[in-house]
Each structure stands twice: as C-alpha cells, then as structure tokens.
Design a protein around this ligand. Structure first.
Ligand code: CA
Length: 227
C-alpha cells in the first residue's frame, strides 16, 4: 500500500516515513502544499497523511480541491493542538480522520490501518486466496497453514495482488501501488519480485495449483478460480 505524506517539517515527515516503511508501506513525501496537491492529483496513493498548516497551500484547501476533483483517497489530517478548532472544519472539507500533534507512531499506525479497512474500500484485515492467507495486522502469511517468510517489498506486492485477486494487474499499476516515487525501478524489477514471490508462494507448495499467473502482454494475476 502506498502512502503520501504532505508535511513541511522534515523531521516529522522522515520519522513517519521510516516507521511506515518498516510496516511494509511505500511512502512518498511532499514538503509543501502545492507539491502535495500535485502529487495527490497525478499519482496513485492508497492513503494521504496531510498536515494542516503548510506553505503555499494549506491542508484544508488541498482536501477541498482533491474532493472537488473526485479524488476519494482516504485523508488523515494532522493538526497542532492550537489548531484544534480546525479539526471539525477538516472533517467537513472531506478529511476522513484527524490526529493531534504530537502523537505516538502506534496511534498513527492504528488510524491508518482503520482507514484502510473501511468497508467501502472492502479492505479486510485477513486476506485469502485459496489456501493462502495474509494477516495484514500481524504481517503473517501462510499457505496451507505453513508460514511463508517474505521481505517487506514481497509482502507489499503479495498484499496488492491478493486485494485485487482474479483481476489482471498491469506492471504500471503494480509499480504505482508497491513502489514509491524515489525507488530505483529497472524494467525488470517487477518480474524479478514476481519471481521471488512465485518461489515462496507457489514453487514451495508444488502439491497445490500455482496461484500466480502471468497474463502475457497484460501483466499478472493471483487467482483462486482454477483450484
Ligand atoms: Ca506544518
């Protein structure tokens, strides 16, 4: 899952990014309002963490603009204590939740996971594809009840595939949801990671039908409809 942080205090932005990356999220930072608005409008994110007070364009204005343009990505607004009155305003302009600074990282993480699980996004805590199970809270992955150890990036990739199971996903869409803007992506990076996943998820479980398919010329699909 890919998250945009719009925050002008570099220390805060960097520490959130670091924490979220350890939780297998891909994270981009925009350090001012204009950049945040432009990135949120042009790139694909699963959630936006939006500071209220920002240079160039403030959080409320960004929120208003994005919603006006039909962008429904969940927004978690960050506000300072002194700006608390604005929280109501924030929610009225289309933010989904708010958090008062300073906050504990665990609190932020809990809010993010709650927003990503909202029913209208149909995001469940446990994802399944045939006998493959992913617990997105504990990050445990099993197939036929046997644990599978994945790197953070492999986990993010598998999670994205299973959330969209039985649908063909293009390389572009996979890249947009699993890698951040600054990542070094080579033309074969997605193939390479698909290879790692196939080894761990399918080849090691050769007594079951493979779940990951290559759809030639289109992309990839994880599927439980051929079992
Ligand atoms: Ca600020």
């Amino acid at each position: 899952m890919r998250i945009l942080i719009v925050e002008d205090e570099p220390k805060i932005a960097k520490s959130i990014k670091k924490g979220l990356e350890q939780e297998a999220f891909s994270v981009d930072i925009a350090e001012n309002g204009t950049l945040g608005h432009d990135l949120a409008s042009s790139e694909t994110f699963d959630l936006i963490i939006l500071d209220l007070m920002l240079p160039e364009m403030d959080g409320l204005e960004i929120c208003r603009q994005l919603r006006k343009n039909g962008i429904s990505t969940p927004i978690l607004m960050l506000t300072a204590k002194s700006e608390l009155d604005d929280k109501v305003l924030g929610l009225n302009t289309g933010a989904d939740d708010y958090l008062v600074k300073p906050f504990a990282f665990e609190e932020l993480l809990a809010r993010i996971k709650a927003l990503l699980r909202r029913p209208e996004k149909s995001l469940d805590a446990t994802l399944e594809c045939s006998n493959l199970k992913i617990d997105t809270i504990s990050y445990k992955v099993t197939r036929d009840n046997t644990p599978i150890l994945l790197s953070r990036r492999e986990f993010a990739l598998l999670e994205y595939l299973v959330r969209n199971k039985n649908r063909t996903l293009s390389k572009e869409s996979i890249t947009a949801h699993v890698w951040d803007y600054d990542s070094e992506i080579l033309p074969n990076t997605v193939e390479q990671y698909m290879g790692y996943l196939r080894n761990k998820v399918d080849k090691k479980f050769s007594n079951f039908k493979p779940l990951i398919k290559t759809i030639r010329g289109f992309g990839y699909m994880i599927s439980d409809d051929n079992v």
